[in-house]
Write a protein that binds this ligand. Structure first.
Ligand code: GLY
Ligand code: MN
Length: 461
């Protein structure tokens, strides 16, 4: 946990942005996996962590924007709890750890909110994403779960995003701590990528490294020789010579700050000529994109630069043709890269996605594209100092997509389908790093994980 001033200051800055009413921030609760007392690993809500710092279940924070009063709701443990869980701090002690002056039992929250509602006061809440909190909000505020998204406070959403988007130095330090673990995760996977190895053996070791780092994975591991499936969470294959293994994995520290890196490397350690050519195209796109990062630049434009670099590279090896600017403007490159270049990262690996992707990544000036591919870009707006984001271009050969587009005769002026079909089975390549926007430029966070052809080949051998 950071010091108590961190949390007090964040709440003060939040209040400054809101005119009136009460702010309700719900923590998460334990969720049963297969019966009540057998729960999933607990993950606290990131907004609650940001403003109230406490990593226990069954808590809620309430802030009165007008009076400045702050209350932490939650129950002190009973003797029974202590027998099973060991001694726990009192709620009043937990509250003072994060600079909150008052604590009350959880069931007092309903009375407090009813009283505020009776006076016609506004209660700001964030869009819930877990069933337990949807039910709780229904009980507390009388808003049916189906209406909670539209009734969530846009004012609060925007205020939270404006604070969480710009990382404090101590948050950046924490992300770099996670990046040390990520370095070990990815380099270990590289060393294990031998012909005959099983994906789940490597996946188990990689996840174990994240846990041994004091936290856990920041999202379910993507590790597969079938890298053309963008979020491939199955690890059922045996590695064979000639295949590429794609590993997209992140660590999360004990304080829940994330990393997100992708590396793609040849089983056995030596790229074939074909793999090398394709890899260099993706790497060139990633490096060019990273080099453009600085405050004031729209990330949408960097995405488009990466897309043009990929399309140009594919043209040089004969998979695309025609005018590359027009091809990208019309979305033809999305056959090969049907996703966005990157996203914000922080307490969530896709930072603040629970608050709404368009609020996080777009604004009045820059709106989301409706084109297939570019429309999946999560971050389009202009960058600011202190943003942390991922840069993750890729090239994939997705049989179902190639088949569909060819049947539809889509973009035949830009795509050589016969040539593309000769690559089916190739898999996919993605290269991803985490980047901080600095005062005039950028800094790639963490210890560099090998990513040039030479560095990867020498790491594996
Ligand atoms: N690393 C997974 C993603 O960014 O979606
Ligand atoms: Mn990512």
């Amino acid at each position: 946990m950071f010091d108590q001033k961190t949390y007090s200051n964040r709440r003060t800055r939040l209040i400054e942005q809101l005119g009136e009413g009460l702010v309700l921030i719900l923590g998460n609760v334990d969720v049963p996996m297969n019966y009540r007392s057998n729960t999933y690993r607990f993950r606290q809500d990131s907004n609650f962590l940001y403003f109230f710092g406490l990593d226990q279940q069954g808590l809620a924070g309430l802030i009165d924007v007008e009076s400045g009063e702050e209350i932490l709701f939650g129950n002190d443990v009973t003797l029974d709890d202590i027998i099973w869980m060991g001694p726990q701090p009192l709620m009043s002690e937990r509250a003072s750890m994060v600079g909150v002056g008052r604590s009350e039992p959880f069931d007092r929250l309903a009375d407090k909110l009813s009283a505020a509602k009776a006076k016609g006061r506004k209660i700001h809440f964030l869009p819930p994403y877990r069933a337990e909190n949807k039910l709780l909000l229904d009980q507390l505020l009388g808003i049916n779960p189906s209406k909670q998204q539209e009734n969530a406070s846009v004012e609060l959403i925007k205020a939270v995003i404006s604070l969480r988007s710009v990382k404090e130095q101590q948050e950046i330090d924490e992300i770099e701590r996670a990046a040390e673990v990520a370095f070990l995760m990815h380099t270990t996977a590289m060393k294990m990528a031998r012909p005959g190895a099983l994906e789940h053996d490597i996946a188990g070791v990689v996840e174990g490294i994240a846990i041994a780092g004091g936290g856990m994975l920041s999202f379910p591991l993507i590790l597969s020789v079938r890298g053309e499936t963008l979020h491939n969470h199955s690890h059922d294959n045996k590695l064979e010579k000639g295949q590429l293994l794609l590993v997209d994995g992140g660590a999360e520290t004990a304080m829940h700050y994330a990393t997100d890196h992708t590396r793609t490397f040849p089983v056995g350690g030596k790229f074939t000529q074909r793999q090398k050519e394709m890899y260099e195209i993706v790497l060139n796109a990633q490096i060019r994109a990273i080099n453009e990062i600085k405050p004031g630049v729209a990330f949408r434009d960097i995405h488009l630069l990466a897309a043009r670099t990929i399309a140009q590279g594919l043209k040089t090896i004969g998979l695309m043709k025609g005018d590359i600017d027009s091809a990208v403007d019309q979305g033809a490159h999305a056959l090969f890269m049907p996703h966005g270049l990157g996203h914000m990262m922080g307490l969530d690996v896709h930072d603040m996605e629970d608050l709404g992707e368009d609020y996080v990544g777009y604004d009045e000036e820059i709106k989301r594209s409706s084109l297939f591919g570019t429309g999946f870009l999560r971050l389009g707006r202009r960058l600011q100092q202190g943003f942390v984001l991922t840069v993750e271009p890729g090239i994939y050969f997705i049989p179902a997509l190639v088949e569909k587009w060819e049947q539809e005769k889509k973009f035949t002026g830009f795509i050589d389908y016969d040539k593309v079909k000769s690559y089916l089975g190739f898999g996919g390549i993605r290269i991803e790093d985490d980047v901080l926007v600095t005062e005039n430029s950028f800094r790639v966070l963490g210890r560099p994980i090998p990513k040039t052809v030479e560095d990867i080949e020498s790491m594996i051998h």
